[in-house]
Design a protein around this ligand. Sequence first.
Ligand code: SF4
Ligand code: SF4
Length: 288
Amino acid sequence: MVKQLTVISGKGGTGKTTIAASFAALAENAVIADCDVDAADMHLILHPDIFEIHDFYGLKIANINRNMCNGCGICATSCRFGAIGRDCIIDVYKCEGCSVCEYVCPESAIRMVEKKAGEYYCSYTRFGPMVHAKLGIGEEASGKLVSNVRRRATELALERGMDMIVIDGPPGTGCTVIAAITGTDLVLVVTEPTISGIHDLERVVQVAQHFRIPVAVCINKCDINKELSQDICNYCENRGLNVVGLLPYDKSPVSAMMDGKTVVEYSGDAFSLQIKAMWSEVSNLLLK
Ligand code: SF4
Ligand code: SF4
């Protein structure tokens, strides 16, 4: 059975990708999935070599057949998103795909059509196969794209007899996060000891627990505010959550990123050893 771990955070910039990329390096037989599709950056560390490209289609958008249009303008006045101009030309960046114009058009001149919104890829990396994605300019992050990345990652794991998927999830609590954690075996929430960090942690834990997914917590930069770190530990204890990592502030994640390496490759210092210890704890929780 393929075990799935998703690393998430309440907001961006907490060190989530640093940790997920290190786990990708430490896992011995895993597929890596970059599901932070709105701000994908794992490729900067893992340097994927693409061997498979898939088109991604998001929402359908309206398309007017000019030969059938009588210029009545009903579609333009009916579109509450202001996506159709007086000249009956559709602004593809404003169209929300609601289909109202298709419904009201007296000439049946409007059809909803697929629009390519991005691509997702399967790649080789030095740590194993990776599935990742790129959204088109102006496209919104999409739970559907995250689901596609996860589905292909699962197929690859099964095809190649791999026993784990390490997922770098998106930040926040939106639909992409739900798509990244649903059905996984463990969620690791990376947080920081700040007031907003605690608030974000609570929100993201609520989402994960709503879907009955076990949660572990890592406090990154735990030494920048020891009091708040203790508050987070108390919160976790009260909620029955495992705190698997207390990482101090360290410059090595930035240096490693600039060098295009994971932290555990970059150095064997104390910070790197702590990430390895955290991986050991996370692996044990996954195997439970
Ligand atoms: S409602 Fe139909 S016929 Fe009227 S302007 Fe729009 S596309 Fe043309
Ligand atoms: S599909 Fe909806 S949002 Fe798009 S142009 Fe038609 S009415 Fe406007």
